[in-house]
Design a protein around this ligand. Structure first.
Ligand SMILES: Cc1cc2nc3c(=O)[nH]c(=O)nc-3n(C[C@H](O)[C@H](O)[C@H](O)COP(=O)(O)OP(=O)(O)OC[C@H]3O[C@@H](n4cnc5c(N)ncnc54)[C@H](O)[C@@H]3O)c2cc1C
Length: 373
């Protein structure tokens, strides 16, 4: 067991931190208030090689590993959870293609995703379901040398920017299929944006798939293997959300410490009050626990291990932790914390998203319990 970061990991963490402070943090409030997708920052993340950290050099990756990915993502999410989430979501189709794609698909789709030339999204959720694959209604019917897909996908993040989408459909037979879809295809239509409370600016939208033709070579994995692909790829998504939770909580703690030092009550700084000190200490302790759970999941992935259990544990814990930590941070800030002009208000809204997206906490408990039993 080694709890130390190596020199390369420390360097990546430092460089990502500089990028986050210089270019991401100054934009966080404006992205949140405008709800506009930050195309330029998404491009910059790709150009810096952050989309390729865990992937092999033959596809343009840096082979720096999942721990490095986690460290970089944490720095970016601390500045803006939305900007970090762009990086985390793009990793889900990357991971799916890396694990299940054939050589042709890896060259055509994975390499440009890894090198930041393309941006990828994932489309699973529908109007009637976000948790139950049995309820997926979007259908792929065999047609000539390919498939015709019809249906609607809801809450598709990155939709206005994504060049390709990993779309999950029902089959004509049993099970699900996973397709890599070029979003410029006729029949792929990004419709109304989903105005969410937090993670604003993520481009989350409803997408219509209107008799969309997909060639056979865009089927990922085997016929009916879609659910297995989803579980494997979403594991990385869950690791990403755990990182988001830790980062948002850390940002809330740092703001609270600063505020408690400069704001006065009873003639002395808030930081001198035992109640405020208890809040800060609780926040720090919980963040440490969430961070180490998250790092451990990434470390195990670097060993080539299955981390479905560990990523669910990390997501469940970190999401509950960040909701609680931002609530305490809000309390430390008093009325000023509730103001739209204060970053703590955004962190409080963003934190709640981690308990819901990429799998509700109830699903994480089901997964964890299944492993235990
Ligand atoms: C900002 C944002 C971005 C998103 N990005 C994407 C994306 O890119 N791609 C995508 O496909 N989806 C995306 N989603 C959708 C998201 O992942 C789903 O909405 C989420 O998984 C929950 O699904 P649901 O809303 O259908 O909840 P439901 O499944 O309807 O669940 C509602 C509630 O019912 C209870 N419940 C449901 N099922 C169970 C169960 N099995 N056991 C116990 N309790 C249960 C829980 O209390 C749960 O909170 C995004 C959502 C948001 C808000």
């Amino acid at each position: 067991m080694d709890f130390n970061l190596n020199e390369q990991e420390k360097m990546l963490q430092r460089m990502a931190g500089e990028f986050a402070i210089k270019l991401v943090e100054p934009r966080a409030a404006e992205i949140d208030s405008s709800g506009q997708f930050p195309f330029d920052l998404a491009k910059e993340i790709g150009e810096r090689g952050y989309q390729g950290l865990p992937y092999p050099a033959e596809y343009g990756g840096s082979e720096a590993g999942y721990t490095s990915y986690t460290l970089v993502l944490e720095q970016i999410c601390q500045a803006s959870m939305t900007v970090g989430a762009i990086m985390a979501i793009n990793t889900v189709p990357e991971e799916a293609i890396f694990r299940f794609g054939n050589e042709e698909q890896k060259k055509t789709f994975l390499a440009p995703l890894v090198q930041g030339e393309l941006l990828g999204s994932i489309a699973f959720t529908e109007a009637e379901t976000g948790s139950d694959p049995e309820a997926i209604a979007t259908i792929a019917r065999k047609s000539g040398d390919g498939y015709v897909i019809s249906g609607q996908k809801h809450f598709v993040a990155l939709a206005p920017a994504a060049d390709l989408a990993l779309v999950f459909t029902r089959r004509e037979g049993k099970g699900l299929n996973a397709f890599i879809i070029d979003t410029s295809s006729s029949g792929y239509n990004v419709r109304e944006p989903c105005e969410t409370m937090g993670l604003r600016g993520l481009g989350t939208s409803v997408v219509y798939l209107d008799d969309l033709y997909v060639p056979q070579q865009n089927l990922l994995g085997e016929e009916g293997q879609g659910f297995g692909i989803l579980l494997e790829a979403i594991t990385l998504g869950r690791l990403g959300v755990a990182v988001e939770g830790v980062a948002v909580a850390q940002a809330a703690l740092e703001l609270s410490i600063d505020y408690a030092k400069q704001r006065k009550a009873l003639g002395k700084p808030l930081a001198r009050l035992p109640t405020i000190q208890w809040h800060l200490a609780e926040m720090a302790s919980r963040i440490e626990a969430g961070r180490w759970l998250t790092y451990r999941a990434a470390f195990l992935r670097d060993q080539g291990l299955d981390i479905k259990y560990e990523s669910s544990v990390a997501k469940l814990f970190a999401s509950q932790m960040t909701v609680e930590v931002t609530r305490m941070a809000m309390q430390v800030h008093g009325s000023y914390g509730t103001m739209k002009t204060m970053p703590i208000e955004r962190l409080y809204r963003d934190a709640k998203m981690t308990e819901i997206y990429v799998g509700i906490s109830e699903m994480q408990r089901n997964i964890i319990a299944n492993y235990l039993i």
